[in-house]
Design a protein around this ligand. Structure first.
Ligand code: SF4
Ligand code: SF4
Length: 100
């Protein structure tokens, strides 16, 4: 069972750039991603907003597979700051998991 931690969003949200809530789950990002990263950003960003940090931390490989190429971002109809959001996730993982 996934545990909900309402403060997880505060840990991830380093700045106002984290705007995942604008995502309308259209699927453009997943369709266009050169790495075929199905998880980003539709599921992972939603996990953050819901406070399910455990699910985010279970997908470290996908988070670090992102090239930060912004192919998804420039085509996102909701103007979600996808690359910046991924950087925010990496920031938290670096602190929590890798202790750096
Ligand atoms: S393209 Fe934008 S709005 Fe569509 S699923 Fe991806 S992040 Fe959400
Ligand atoms: S920024 Fe990351 S998630 Fe977006 S298209 Fe590039 S590799 Fe895929």
């Amino acid at each position: 069972m996934a545990l909900v931690n309402p403060s997880f969003i505060d840990e991830v949200k380093r700045s106002d750039e984290f705007n995942a809530s604008a995502c309308m789950n259209c699927g453009v990002c997943s369709a266009i991603c050169p790495m075929g990263i199905e998880l980003l950003p539709r599921k992972l960003f939603r996990y953050v907003l819901l406070g399910i940090g455990e699910k985010v931390l279970n997908n470290i490989e996908a988070i670090y597979s992102c090239l930060l190429c912004k192919m998804c971002e420039v085509n996102c109809p909701a103007k979600v700051h996808i690359a910046e959001n991924v950087r925010s996730l990496r920031y938290v993982i670096n602190k929590k998991v890798f202790k750096i």
